[in-house]
Design a protein around this ligand. Sequence first.
Ligand code: ZN
Length: 368
Amino acid sequence: MGDSARACVKTDIETCEIRSFTCPVIAPDAGLLRVESSGVGGSDPEMYRRANTAPCIMGHENVGTIEEVGETAAGRWGVKPGDRVALHEYLPCWHCEWCLKGDFRLCMEADFFNVKDRFNTPRYGTCNANMEPHLWGGFAEYMYLAPNSVIHRIPDDLDARLATLAIPFGNGVQWAVLDGGAGMGKTVLVFGPGQQGLGCALAAKYAGAALVLLVGQTRDRTRLDLGLTLGADHAVDVQQEDLKKKVMALTNGRGVDVVVDTTGDPTGEIAETAISLAAKGAWLNLNGLGQSVPIGEIKKRYLTIRAPRGHSYTAVETALKLIASGRWPLDRVCSHDFGLEDVHTAVMATAGRDIEGAIHVTVSPWKA
Ligand SMILES: [Zn+2]
């Protein structure tokens, strides 16, 4: 078992170093995870840039093997040492109405947008590493499994790097299908061909969508092409093609039933475009709504608008089943893998800096 763990700790703005931590004594209701692989999330570059989030062991898309588990936790989680699991980043209360529905993302103890102090609230990959027992992130050899962890079992033969797609593809299932209503016969427009956008396209098509359009820019060519192998019917480069013309031509002037913006665009520009391309009665998952919410247009066109907000238990479990099915060439999504010493490069690659062509980047702490 692990007595100590090497971890990459963010110590300052875009700065990190390897530190060693003593592994905690595991209480009956907790556990210890031997991290196999940890995905670099789309939000990690921003987290890495912020001044007020050090020290922190980042890594919130975590997959590993149960190294040690207390008796109570073993019974509650249904796991034993040697079992492989994927984790949510959330550490929820387990008794509020949202937790009881498996929607841990909206629990007041887990909800990033409602907790008083994000940095000092336990959550994998984002909280303060000074908080005991320190090992709160996946960019480390071992990670603490708190009693309120949210755990999914994964098959013994599933590649750990593919399994780290559980969170971004869980977002895809959530935003496009569960929250967006993409299903049989629907027309779906996805902005952003990153790991979450690809997950949206895959989930929407698998749910039965008649038409899936994936939208990006010229620099996204590789991602757009990959999207065509995962479920998108059309990949649109908005710098080369007129998106409105294309959408209206493909939908006989009707517009789309579902829109998901995975880009996090805060300006409202994508939201404005999305609303102009929506069919009557469409469901939209949007980020910035610009200066004002266009209630008149929402009323006139009978639109339903939400903002993309994480993943439910069902979404991640579904994503894991899709990933494990082997149906899609997901090894092409997992474009880059780095060891613990190269976390800086891994986060930079995810931000599109220093390394070109990154899609889903992983950190595998035991990588030689
Ligand atoms: Zn709760």
